[in-house]
Design a protein around this ligand. Structure first.
Ligand code: UTP
Length: 298
């Protein structure tokens, strides 16, 4: 068991999935690049990681995902055109979002064998240190960055952490669920984990939301992990082995903000509406248009 708390400097973003629920949009455009208002959903999640102090961003990409690498690079032609047109604000905004040179790494998952396999593909880039893992299609939106809350909790607990949030009891069978010592606490020790429990058997109603802090020992387990649910290499199976066999500590950190599953059409549309309604430059006109639409079609 790790007693020394090494800092969390690196974050992994698995972006190699096929995004079949968004076809045909995802034929040529990665689903992580679909926009919530005017930022790609992946940019929102990178923003969250930056706000938590992450220094290195590791993207596990796949075929047809080259545009992700371009997005996190400097665009000289664009910037010189903006400069020629006197668009100072736009240039400054692009500069704010740009990671520093050397802060990003990209590796490829050659076949989409599942989330666990995608994470394993990052092993050489992560090395022997704990790391954050953020699922880019799960948009966490609240007062604070979810990952920042987790890193603060990590400074006390060490070990591994998983962000959780409550779901209605009759939906637990659709999620990875954790059992905890204290269901009401912000941070609580995890007692068990189960991927998509049979209805009525879930250890709690706290589901795994797609943010993790993991110790590097997970890579050795992922390497020998057999395919699980859906014929995919499942991260949850390796975390269960880490907890039960290797006796690694796991804590749940409850996220109290809103979570939008932007990998589903409904979650994606809702995220766009919610975030647009918070934008000073859009909210009033957008609310008026929404009212008109709902009034006409209800
Ligand atoms: P999802 O299962 O939601 O993504 O994985 P998907 O497979 O692209 O979606 P659908 O069901 O076909 O629409 C969650 C995250 O893990 C990544 C995805 O890119 C997504 O960001 N992932 C998933 C990988 O990187 N590799 C995989 O093999 C599977």
């Amino acid at each position: 068991m790790n007693t020394v708390k090494k800092p969390i400097r690196k974050a992994v973003f698995p972006v190699a999935g096929l995004g079949t629920r968004f076809l045909p949009a995802t034929k040529a455009v990665p689903k992580e690049m679909l926009t919530v208002v005017d930022r790609p959903v992946l940019q929102h999640v990178v923003d969250e990681a930056r706000a938590a102090g992450i220094e290195h961003f590791i993207f596990v990409t796949g075929r047809n995902k080259g545009v992700i690498e371009d997005h996190f690079d400097k665009q000289f032609e664009l910037e010189s055109t903006l400069a020629a047109r006197g668009k100072k604000k736009e240039i400054e905004a692009l500069a704010r979002d740009l990671p520093q040179a050397g802060q990003t790494s990209f590796t490829r998952q050659q076949s989409p064998l599942g989330l666990g396999h995608a994470v394993w593909c990052a092993r050489e880039l992560v090395g022997n240190e704990p790391f954050a893992l953020l699922l880019p299609d799960m948009l966490h939106h609240g007062q604070t960055s979810c990952l920042a809350d987790m890193i603060e909790a990590y400074s006390k607990t060490g070990g591994n952490l998983i962000a959780v949030a409550p779901v209605p009891e009759d939906q637990t069978h659709q999620y990875g669920i954790v059992g905890v010592k204290d269901v009401k606490a912000k941070v609580s020790e995890i007692t068990n984990m189960v991927e998509k429990p049979q209805p009525g058997t879930a250890p709690s109603n706290l589901h795994i939301t797609g943010r993790y802090v993991l110790q590097p020992e997970v890579f050795a387990l992922l390497e020998k992990q057999e395919r699980g649910a859906g014929g995919e290499i499942q991260l949850t199976d390796s975390m269960i082995a880490m907890m039960n066999d290797d006796k690694q500590p796991f804590h749940a950190v409850r996220f109290d903000g809103d979570i939008y599953d932007c990998g589903s059409k409904l979650g994606f549309l809702t995220a766009n509406v919610a975030l647009a309604l918070e934008r000073e430059d859009l909210a009033d006109d957008f609310r008026r248009d929404l009212k008109r639409l709902i009034g006409t079609n209800a």
